[in-house]
Design a protein around this ligand. Sequence first.
Ligand SMILES: Nc1ncnc2c1ncn2[C@@H]1O[C@H](COP(=O)(O)OP(=O)(O)O)[C@@H](O)[C@H]1O
Length: 347
Amino acid sequence: MEDGGPPPLFSFGVIADIQFADKDDGFNFHRTRKRFYRNSLQILKNASRCWEEEEEPERRPAFILQLGDIIDGFNRELSASERALQTVLDEFSSCSAKVHHVWGNHEFYNFSRAALFQSALNSRDRGERGAEDEGGEEEGGGGRGEEEEKENSLEEVYAYHFSPHPKFRFIVLDAYDLSIIGRDKSSKKFKQSMKIITEHNHNEELNEPPAISPLESRFVKYNGGFSQDQLDWLERVLTSADENEEKVTILSHLPVHPYSTDPVCLAWNYDKILSMLQAHNSVVCFMAGHDHDGGYHMDTYGVHHLTLEGVIETPPISDAFGIVYVYEDRMVLQGRGRISDRVLMFR
Ligand SMILES: Nc1ncnc2c1ncn2[C@@H]1O[C@H](COP(=O)(O)OP(=O)(O)O)[C@@H](O)[C@H]1O
């Protein structure tokens, strides 16, 4: 694809739902899909090799987007969370490009939010500015008491943005900002999240989706949503990107367009994000993981919603990763294995 044409401006690698565990193959909850816990490391090896093989500087990934669920929740039961994470990170480090990590539900099955902020999965320092140090009443912050500091750290958001090339911006979102997994039970956000989920989901087991309608099925414990603070921050980042005529790609573990995923995988308040994306001309693409079957939809505003097929449910004969080559007017996804090639024209 694109052979013989001008080189891209820059390129990046993509991969989602690796969910590595040193454990025999198993199944998803409904036993409809096989999960290849050990082989997921082999697919990551294939990805690293492929990303490193690119010889032309503009075609070699400048960075990698890891879209969440890097290791499986089973590691916690096996007391192997740290070891499994190190195994996967070692594999990533065989590739020269820096990785931007998105956080998914399995990150919270293995680690507390506080631990994640202290871990190598916090790639926020690879960004320019995060939701915590930008705007609102958070700014200036001098003279905060210890109690207030503690309270703020309980509510902290993992979101940031970076510009790898002039006129292009990437925004990492925290889709478990409102969630009952990961948030400390004493936090305001936990209480708010419990209220939201129990208003919609009356099952005793909150991972069992409400059966009212396909869209309502998203109110399960393994999903989450975006706080108003994060939405306000995103609004400011997008306004500035519009003014600077940038092309913005947004990254989140949870998809936000009902046609790009099984609705049971949607973010709780996906509609809030969707209307914001449509109102900002700078937004060209929204990338997510979580739904291992993947999905794609271009909405009526020309925004591409790409849900990447998950590594964990990819049989050993196949692959699930890609390289995206970025040009002035489009992004060209070259997928491997289950991930399709796509040309994403900018609106
Ligand atoms: N219908 C359900 N009822 C009860 N628990 C469920 C249901 N669906 C999923 N779960 C649980 O929710 C968690 C996440 O589900 P899973 O399908 O494994 O998601 P993921 O694709 O993120 O791995 C698992 O602990 C799983 O056992």
